[in-house]
Design a protein around this ligand. Structure first.
Ligand code: ADP
Length: 740
């Protein structure tokens, strides 16, 4: 619309200018024509005036009242009164001068035949005539008019006046015409004959010419409008108008650009405002703007949600506000007074507000001055966050942390977390700090570096304590790589184990010593047999050798039997010695058949003494084990001895000791079964405990030691009820090689 209006304005302006200009031209032209007509009339009158004076001369001449002298007098007077008349003459019908003033006045005329002809014609036919313009020496362009002197029907010549066209223009054109026009005469061929000012007269739209006839043949009076001061000023006006229009167009353009910029700025402002409003609406923080007296000017949606009310009910209200908790009103008042004084701590205020439904909530409030567009301080803006949930969570977190710390500090194990890169101690419990003599911000962990997940015992040489230390690489709460060290103080346990081990060893020693005492009698009996055999064989040999009744083969056989009995006695003694010696298990390949043989040889004495029948159930193929043979012999001997002793009160016919070896899925079972009273199931667990005995002279260590030895061999020892009465002690040993 403004563009259209601008175009219309410019079009109308141009049309108006054109119209004014056309009007002006028409007016100018009208004035020109009018002026030319008037001027032509004026000049014609003058020429006609001269013609009438010639007519008077002719009249006087015809009447005979004009002498030559009178002619010269009247001619001189006329020429002095009329500057345009440059010569006067009376010519005959041939155009020759009769009288001439000044002398020879018609000579120039006579040199121009075209000019001469009308003069001759006037003299001949008696009609007034005028010449075409011609050049008169010393005067310039002239025309001549001739008036005949006619007497009756006879023509007596013609009076001629030569009129200077320049003088005619100089004399009879008034100043106001001369100021506005260039005036002059043009001939029939439109050539300028005379002009004022003397310049060629152009034939232009600004010019107008009119026939000036008579007196000239085809002579025309032409006026050309001059461009004077007025048109220049008028042009200046046009230019001024054009400049003003240009200025206006420029102003409009600037205005339009300004408006466009303003529109863009307004849109940007609107966008910004909408975005800010959206941001403000999306905030969970409440915003409250007050004036300097504390009157609420604005409350955002979040604040209204917080206090459970509408913005309209808040606007304009003054402290005390409805949302202040009555129990915290004094504090709220104090805080708002501080806000109005401009005192706002960097970490804000902690306040308790109330929702419309009476529910309480805690907020943290921050305040800052409200400054308007002119930089004036108009009030205060407070932003607040509902910290109820946060506080609850913080308290829960704190309680959880306290529980965690209490548990951590209550642990007997020392726990520490250290940064893997820097070695910085990130967390430690009280046990750790006490154990490693650290303050709360103590130096780095004193634990030795270990491979992750490797556990091991570590001796604190300064504190003299033993720790079982585990180290694991793990991720810390900030996802950094840390070591988690757990060190358990195992000093007491270690000491207890040591004590127990020493005790057990002592007991074993004692048990062996006791057993040795018991064995001593059977040893005596056992050794008695080979010794008696050796003795009887030796005696028999001596007797036979003395009698010479023995052959060398018989002697050799007898000596071999002696040697065999000696080896047996030596084996018995060695077995006893090894049995009594305190030592760790010494593994070596041992055949079960040999082992059973040894035990049976040791049990032979008690078997015989108590009339116990021996039943042997051996494997068809002997088996070899990697074991401490002497220890296993001790086990079997103990079990055998216990079985025999359990049957002391049984009927002699029922006394039966079964020794069985059997294979079972990678295990070798050695079973010692008796027909004794059996074992009360309630006592089964007690049997293997140290010092459990039902015998008056018993130590109660035998079975305990046996189980220890079997377990040393990765085996098991247990007791079962025997079908038909009695009990079965089973030693189960792994067949494959196992580490001790
Ligand atoms: P001790 O023989 O010195 O008593 P042991 O440890 O060898 O010590 O035996 C512990 C107890 O187990 C015995 O006193 C006995 O009461 C019981 N016992 C051992 N073997 C048998 C068995 N074969 N039958 C019944 N009771 C047994």
């Amino acid at each position: 619309m403004p563009n259209l209006a601008l175009i219309c304005f410019l079009a109308v302006g141009v049309a108006l200018l054109w119209f004014i200009r056309a009007n002006e031209r028409d007016a100018q032209r009208d004035a020109l024509i009018e002026d030319v007509l008037w001027q032509e009339q004026a000049l014609r009158n003058e020429v006609l005036g001269r013609q009438r004076q010639l007519e008077a001369l002719a009249h006087d001449y015809v009447r005979g009242d004009l002498s030559e002298g009178a002619f010269y007098g009247r001619a001189a007077s006329l020429m002095s009164a009329s500057a345009e008349v440059v010569a006067m003459a009376l010519s005959n019908e041939y155009g020759e001068a009769v009288w001439s003033y000044p002398e020879q006045a018609l000579e120039p005329l006579q040199r121009v035949p075209a000019a001469m002809e009308p003069v001759q014609r006037a003299g001949r036919i008696g009609l007034p005539a005028s010449t075409p313009p011609f050049d008169y020496p010393g005067v310039g362009p002239v025309v001549a008019i001739a008036f005949p002197a006619v007497q009756g029907n006879q023509t007596r010549g013609a009076f001629v006046a030569v009129i200077s066209l320049k003088s005619l223009l100089q004399t009879y054109v008034p100043w106001w015409i001369a100021k506005r026009y260039q005036l002059g005469f043009v001939d029939i061929e439109r050539r300028t004959v005379a002009a004022r000012p003397e310049q060629p007269l152009p034939d232009s739209p600004q010019s107008y010419d009119i026939a000036f006839d008579p007196p000239g043949y085809g002579l025309r009076l032409r006026a050309v409008a001059l461009q004077g001061g007025w048109p220049v000023w008028r042009h200046a006006l046009y230019w001024l108008l054009a400049a003003l229009s240009g200025l206006m167009v420029w102003s409009l353009w600037v205005l339009k650009r300004h408006m466009r910029e303003r529109l863009v700025a307004e849109r940007a402002l609107l966008r910004e405002t909408n975005m800010r409003r959206a941001m403000e609406d999306s905030l969970v923080s409440g915003i409250l703007a007050t004036d300097r007296e504390g009157r609420i000017l604005h409350a955002n949606r979040a604040f209204c949600r917080m206090v459970g009310t509408e913005p309209e009910s808040l606007l304009g209200s003054k402290p005390p506000f409805d949302f202040w908790s009555p129990e915290a009103a004094a504090r709220c008042e104090q805080v708002f007074a501080a806000i109005l004084r401009g005192e706002s701590p960097a970490n804000g205020f902690s306040l308790r507000f109330r929702r419309r439904n009476g529910e309480r909530f805690d907020v943290r409030l921050y305040s800052s001055p409200l400054i308007d567009g002119e930089g004036r301080h108009t009030g205060w803006v407070s932003s607040m966050t509902d910290v109820t949930e946060l506080r609850r969570e913080r308290e829960a977190l704190k309680a959880s942390h306290e529980r965690f710390v209490a548990v951590l500090n209550g642990l007997d194990a020392a726990v520490a977390v250290t940064d893997r890169k820097s070695g910085e101690l990130l967390l430690s419990n009280r046990t750790f700090r006490e154990a490693f003599r650290l303050g709360d911000d103590g130096p780095l962990c004193a634990l030795p570096l270990r491979q992750p997940d490797a556990g091991g015992e570590w001796h604190d040489t300064i504190g003299g304590r033993w720790y079982q230390h585990h180290r694991r690489a793990t991720l810390w709460v900030d996802q950094s790589q840390v070591w988690l060290d757990i060190a358990t103080d195992v000093t007491e346990r270690k000491l207890a184990i040591d004590r127990e081990r020493q005790q057990a060893e002592k007991l074993q020693q004692t048990a062996r010593l006791i057993a040795m005492g018991e064995i001593a009698s059977s040893l005596a009996h056992e050794l008695n047999q080979p010794l008696a055999a050796i003795s009887s064989y030796s005696t028999a040999c001596r007797n036979l050798v003395a009698n010479g009744q023995i052959t060398a083969e018989e002697l050799d056989g007898a000596l071999e039997k002696i040697a065999e009995q000696s080896r047996r006695a030596a084996a018995i003694i060695r077995g006893i010695r090894e049995f009594v010696q305190k030592r760790e298990p010494k593994r070596s390949p041992c055949r079960i058949g040999d082992l059973v043989d040894t035990v049976l040889s040791l049990l032979a004495a008690p078997l015989n003494r108590y009339y116990v029948r021996l039943v042997e159930l051996r494997l068809a193929d002997d088996v070899e084990l990697s074991a401490d043979r002497v220890m296993l012999e001790q086990v079997l001997f103990n079990l055998g001895k216990n079985a025999i002793e359990a049957m002391i009160d049984s009927e002699p016919g029922d006394r039966e000791l079964t020794l069985e070896t059997r294979l079972r899925e990678g295990w070798l079972d050695l079973v010692v079964a008796d027909r004794g009273p059996g074992i009360d199931p309630a006592d089964v667990d007690k049997l293997f405990r140290p010092f459990y005995t039902t015998k008056a002279e018993g130590m109660g260590m035998g079975l305990n030691i046996c189980r220890t030895i079997v377990e040393h061999h990765q085996g098991r020892l247990w007791v079962e009820e025997r079908a038909g009465g009695g009990s079965r002690f089973i030693v189960s040993l792994p067949l494959g090689p196992r580490e001790c």
